[in-house]
Design a protein. Structure first.
Length: 408
């Protein structure tokens, strides 16, 4: 399975070109890729549902999947997949079932074998065969361990010259007691609905209900793939601990939450022309008119005012910004505006109020980008628009004579 990381993908992508050249196509690449993907999917599933403790999951170590606790293997899994509707993944005389039983028996006979509590056959598609059905029935109490052992012995009596016969003979060389001990721990697991599996994994990792679970799980799958690839390339089994995955899960959730928290880019917020026109009678536009603001300033102010209101509403509904931060931010902006107003009135004393006002407008709305709840907020409309929102309520203004004129 490991070589799929090196050349299998290129063989997968090269099929069309091979056909055009009239070359023989290697049809094993897609099956290898599907098998590799299935193993990682199952590894993620076991990591999500592992009990508390020092738990890790190994890929391609002893078996397709091995669950390890405190250094001891407690579960082995063999994964079988097919895209063919009639393929018998676990046929009575298939290598898939007898080679797996051989591996499990040999493991059970080791010193550490007694620690293994479960042996799983996982199939992505259920096509019944007598022995597979018996294993399934035993798990749900419809058949006994003795029934399964008896069925295995019966299959062994039908000797052939096929290569699988050697595996069958080796497995059946064990006593009934040894076979029964293994069979009692064997389970057959069928793939569930993909969406249901994903919900189960998300719940197992304790993902925030507000998170985009599919995005997080895709990120974890990519991270797991890279980790296993590195482990294999350095000659180690692909052993991943649950704690490692939980840390990565929190990293991805934090990154996603930050993405939700950040205001959208200005270009992503569409403003209808009719909505723009409806703002020209607003109070904040009147404040701009008092200093003879250029038309470009008014157009930008209207856009920024609308975009700020739209995005603030979205962030308030999402709950990603504490309510108190909006009032704190308004206070910071008013303080900054008041400082510029005092400075420019002093520095430009004797100049027309329009000049002073336009200078203050440029000081506070042209370049400054105020933080939001301690985070950088690079979208200019979120600061400029906030200022015009304050101007709408007469909390800031541009004409230094506004208060002197007694206009509230």
């Amino acid at each position: 399975m490991r070589h799929i990381l090196d050349d299998g993908w290129f063989r997968l992508r090269g099929h069309t070109g091979f056909r055009e050249l009239g070359l023989r196509i290697d049809n094993t690449a897609s099956a290898q890729a599907a098998g590799y993907i299935l193993q990682l999917d199952r590894a993620l599933y076991h990591l999500a549902h592992a009990a508390a403790g020092d738990v890790a999951v190994a890929v391609e170590h002893v078996d397709d999947i091995a669950v390890v606790r405190d250094g001891k293997i407690i579960l082995l899994e063999q994964d079988k997949s097919t895209t063919q509707n009639e393929t018998r993944l676990l046929g009575d005389r298939t290598r898939a079932i007898w080679r797996t039983l051989q591996i499990w028996l040999r493991h059970a006979e080791t010193v550490d074998g007694a620690q293994c509590q479960r042996y799983l056959f996982f199939v992505n598609r259920w096509v019944p065969s007598p022995i597979a059905q018996l294993i399934k029935d035993r798990s749900c109490g419809k058949a006994t361990t003795a029934d399964v052992v008896g069925a295995l012995r019966k299959i062994g009596l039908k000797r052939t010259t096929a290569k699988v016969q050697g595996l069958i003979d080796d497995v059946l060389s064990r006593s009934d007691a040894s076979l029964a001990n293994l069979v009692a721990k064997v389970e057959l697991v069928e793939a569930a609905d993909l969406a249901a599996d994903r919900r189960s994994i998300a719940n197992g990792f304790g993902l925030n209900p507000r998170a985009d679970a599919n995005d997080i799980l895709d990120g974890l799958f990519g991270w797991l793939t890279n980790r296993v690839r590195i482990e294999w390339s350095e000659g180690r089994p692909g052993l991943i601990t649950r704690d490692e995955v939980l840390v990565q899960s929190h990293v991805l959730q934090t990154k996603q939450a930050k993405s939700r928290f950040l205001p959208r880019a200005s270009g992503e917020i569409h403003i209808d022309d009719e909505l723009r026109k409806g703002q020209l009678s607003r109070n904040f536009v009147e404040h701009l008119s008092r200093i003879d603001a250029e038309s470009e300033d008014i157009v930008q102010a209207v856009d920024h005012f609308l975009k700020f209101n739209i995005e603030k509403h979205r962030l308030v509904r999402a709950g990603d910004v504490p309510d108190a931060e909006w009032s704190h931010r308004s206070y910071r902006l008013r303080e900054r505006w008041a400082g510029f107003m005092r400075r420019r009135r002093r520095e430009l004393k004797g100049q027309p109020n329009c000049d002073i006002g336009q200078t203050v407008l440029a000081d506070v709305t042209y370049e400054h980008r105020e933080t939001l709840d301690g985070h950088p907020c690079d979208e200019l409309y979120m600061t400029s628009g906030h200022y015009h929102r304050l101007a709408e309520e007469d909390e800031v203004w541009w004409d230094p004579a506004f208060r002197e004129a007694g206009q509230e």
